[in-house]
Design a protein. Sequence first.
Length: 294
Amino acid sequence: MPTKNGSGRGSGSTATTNPPGNQTPNTPDINESEIARLKVDQLRDRLRRRGVTGTADMRKDDLVKALVKAMKDGAKKSTSTRAGGSSRGSSSAKKSTSSANPPGNQTPNTPDVNESEIARLKVDELRSRLRARGVAGTADMQKAELVKALVKSLRDDSGTSSSGSSSAGGGGVRKGPQNSKSIKYAQEVTSVDDEPERPGRSLVTTDHDVIRRWAEARKGVPTTVDGTEHDGHAGVLRFDFPSNGREQRLREISWEEWFRTFDERRLNFIYQEERSDGKQSNFFRLDSPDREDG
């Protein structure tokens, strides 16, 4: 039985074993308890965004440690930069740096539009997202233009949403005369933050980030069925999973080409995260709302 101190509280190993909240007092923005509650694929996704590679074979404890370290390193770098700026004593230099590299979200009326995060996306990811939102003519655009176009599109959607009208895009289900029953009974997923209601739940999305994260968590490679291509375009879309053994008839293509074809054909992605027994599921199929053969 634990002893009590003068305040009447029990003292022992419990507080040490389960330290509450943030265990990094010098980096208050890094909450290790909160990070430890993230799922494995969420940890890998955050590490990937920070440029950390080689996470595919890491276990959850290692992923948590790696993310905490990456965040600490980032915090130290940020503090060092701020300290260096103050030592110069130049208020004009601070103002210039602040304007050139504004922190966080510069769209206060649209809190879901984070320009800094968008600017870190690669060119093909920016084009894919714009294409999914129905924005054409991105092939000849430079990265800065792509960023501005995506921010504008997101702002427009946020404005439409706040005015009470529904906005298209963002992972919403595509509908048509041939929507399958699977769509009707599936849970709609519109972002990587959405969680299945239960293990074994059938899910549906058109969001590129959700689909890519799902496939990469299973080491899936974007492919097309060899021989089904036509007019220089990808044919039947598939993923090739190493756990199933590489299939000879599948030809690897880029994510950009896979998503371009996915959007052009107005497909829905029906899938599972887990089987009913809680084990990871590789089930997926592509559904066309416009024709029966998808």
